[in-house]
Design a protein around this ligand. Structure first.
Ligand SMILES: NC(=O)c1ccc[n+]([C@@H]2O[C@H](COP(=O)([O-])OP(=O)(O)OC[C@H]3O[C@@H](n4cnc5c(N)ncnc54)[C@H](O)[C@@H]3O)[C@@H](O)[C@H]2O)c1
Length: 245
């Protein structure tokens, strides 16, 4: 049976680890040709080698580097008809302890990073017969939580950026965001490595478990293939029921 992404060329950021890596794995299995981008050189080249993909070391906050990298990715793949922005960072601190530099970096990577990537990819996305953008936001875009002023602001901005992209780029290009809850990746290792903290976090959600990177990858697949052909400008919680209460 043909994969759901057969013939599609997709750029994934943050592909060295966690959700970005799981998305690369699933998209490759579904037939996509991939360009993978990450700051982590070993990780991104390892992922690229696993899938016959092209790998690029790039900081999504560096606009000039992103412009050059996306151009190279488009040339290598012969076009781009899907983008997934998964690169991101998290610094949880009470507002009084949050360094201005940390705020700047979260906004630069989590919000301006996807802008840089989509802006650079736009000529390719526009040239594609139909194209998709998937941005990994967070439930922090939907509900306030203590210690997350910078992170939540960056992710809420990303979710609204995505909605507006849906308007501006439709009908040929669809844009959706995913709002993961607590997902077991490197980013949240500090939490799930401690059994007590992990159990407490799981007890907060209706499905009584933490999420996996694969849970998020399946949602990214939905938004990147024709199954979601009439869906744009949404943000989908993949959170086991965290944000709905
Ligand atoms: N893990 C969670 O519970 C959770 C929940 C909600 C949202 N998110 C979001 O999901 C996305 C994926 O996170 P994850 O949990 O897989 O974390 P992760 O740390 O496993 O992966 C993040 C990847 O992004 C890369 N990266 C970081 N800064 C970068 C930069 N400037 N340029 C290029 N690459 C960069 C890292 O090298 C890493 O490979 C992030 O945007 C994160 O904010 C995570």
């Amino acid at each position: 049976m043909a994969g759901k992404l057969e013939g599609r060329r997709v750029l994934v950021t943050g592909a060295a680890s966690g959700m970005g890596r799981a998305i690369a794995d699933l998209f490759a299995a579904e037939g996509a040709a991939l360009a993978l981008l990450d700051l982590n050189s070993d990780g991104v080249h390892y992922a690229a080698a696993a899938h016959g993909a092209v790998g690029f070391v790039c900081d999504v906050a560096d606009r000039a580097a992103v412009t050059a990298t996306v151009a190279s990715a488009g040339a290598a793949l012969g076009g781009i008809d899907g983008v997934v922005n998964a690169a991101g960072i998290l610094d949880i601190k009470p507002f009084g302890e949050l360094a201005p530099e940390s705020w700047d970096r979260m906004i630069a990577i989590n919000l301006t990073g996807p802008f840089n990537v989509v802006h650079a990819a736009l000529p390719f996305l526009t040239a594609a017969a139909h194209a998709t953008i998937v941005n990994i936001a967070s439930i922090s875009a939907l509900i306030p939580m203590s210690g997350t002023t910078g992170y939540s602001a960056s992710k809420a901005g990303l979710a609204m950026f995505t909605k507006c992209l849906g308007f501006d780029l439709g009908p040929k290009i669809r844009a959706n965001s995913i709002c993961p809850g607590v997902i077991k990746t490197e980013m949240t290792r500090y939490l799930w490595e401690n059994a007590e903290h992990s159990d407490r976090a799981a007890a907060r959600v209706a499905l009584r478990r933490l999420g996996s990177a694969e849970d998020v990858a399946r949602a990214a697949l939905f938004f990147s293939c024709d199954d979601s052909g009439f869906t744009t400008g949404t943000e989908l919680p993949v959170d086991g029921g965290f944000s709905w209460r």
